[in-house]
Design a protein. Structure first.
Length: 75
């Protein structure tokens, strides 16, 4: 069901780094800018992980479901 390609490595690295950035922001004091930055990082993380899995799956129905999940991060 999942097919890995080497073209996904930059996206996997980006998701990993955004996870680290999210953890670092989480440790900051809960101010307005930190909250909004954490929200942006979470949205980018959802979009990146959704895109990785969308590229990895083969059936069109699965791609459509993952594309819809991916758009949650964009909205």
């Amino acid at each position: 069901m999942f097919h890995f390609t080497p073209f996904l490595l930059p996206f996997i690295l980006a998701a990993f780094l955004m996870g680290i950035v999210g953890v670092l922001i989480w440790r900051l004091p809960r101010t307005g800018p930190a909250f909004f930055m954490l929200a942006v990082v979470a949205c980018v993380e959802v979009w990146t992980i959704g895109f990785i899995f969308e590229i990895m799956v083969a059936p069109l129905s699965s791609k459509l479901i993952l594309a819809n999940i991916q758009f949650v991060g964009i909205d």
